[in-house]
Design a protein around this ligand. Structure first.
Ligand code: NAG
Ligand code: NAG
Ligand code: NAG
Ligand code: NAG
Length: 200
């Protein structure tokens, strides 16, 4: 069992390649992502479940696999951060900024493809969120300066470099979602991706 799980994981590096078996429309799974939101002028960590369910792809090349539409985007950027890098607090007027990576002027998807990011919130000692590069590496940053006074803090404590794709949404879109919990998504909010590989 453990061996077949590992094999499926290694052969299943992207959603599009995962076989997607046995899910009817009624039980179509939905993606949960950790989001950095804002409330009362402060950044928050939340687990969002996106309203758009996974559907069975009809696109040649990924036909039959699980596919979710995450919305319209405007740009694609890539950042490479050395191991053990401290990115500083997101940019705010009058505050020092050691790295612009964390300064999201607009709502932005961030896909960590390697390494590790540790997101913490100023004045919050809950431990923050550790985001591992890879299949569970997608987060959404919505704590723009107009809604969060102090932003959030990001370090990259991994032992290898952290590579991230930054993908701002188009025209300030926020993907329709429900907040599943306050705090980052837990393993049981994300592990469902692996079940897409089914038993085949
Ligand atoms: C993406 O843009 C199209 C065309 O402007 C629009 O119809 C659609 O509603 C947008 N999608 C989302 C998720 O906002
Ligand atoms: C905050 O700024 C973002 C990015 O410019 C914008 O899309 C959003 O509408 C603004 N929100 C408010 C409440 O002003
Ligand atoms: C998910 O895991 C957390 C912590 O391990 C637990 O408290 C929670 O009940 C679990 N939720 C579900 C739906 O299993
Ligand atoms: C999202 O989280 C819910 C529990 O809150 C879980 O039932 C579901 O399987 C998760 N989706 C994925 C794709 O892991």
């Amino acid at each position: 069992m453990a061996r077949s799980t590992r094999a499926l994981v290694t052969s299943c590096l992207t959603l599009a390649l995962c076989a997607f078996q046995g899910a009817s429309a009624a039980e179509a799974p939905k993606l949960n992502v950790t989001a950095i939101g804002a409330s009362g002028g402060k950044s928050t960590l939340e687990c969002w479940q996106l309203d758009a369910p996974f559907a069975v792809s009809d696109t040649p090349g990924t036909r039959g696999s699980a596919a979710a539409t995450l919305g319209n985007v405007s740009n694609l950027g890539m950042t490479v951060l050395p191991a053990g890098f401290d990115g500083g607090v997101t940019q705010r007027a009058g505050q020092p900024v050691s790295n612009i990576h964390c300064d999201f002027p607009v709502y932005t998807w961030v896909m960590f493809i390697s390494g590790m990011a540790h997101v913490t919130l100023p004045g919050d000692d809950s431990g923050g969120a550790y985001i591992l590069g890879g299949e569970f590496g997608l987060i959404f940053a919505a704590d723009t300066a107009n809604v969060s006074e102090k932003g959030h803090y990001t370090r990259y404590p991994g032992i290898v470099e952290t590579v991230a794709l930054q993908i701002p949404t188009l025209d300030g879109e926020i993907p329709p979602h429900q907040v599943v919990r306050s705090g980052p998504c837990l393993t049981n909010n994300t592990a469902g991706l692996r079940s897409f590989a089914g038993s085949g």
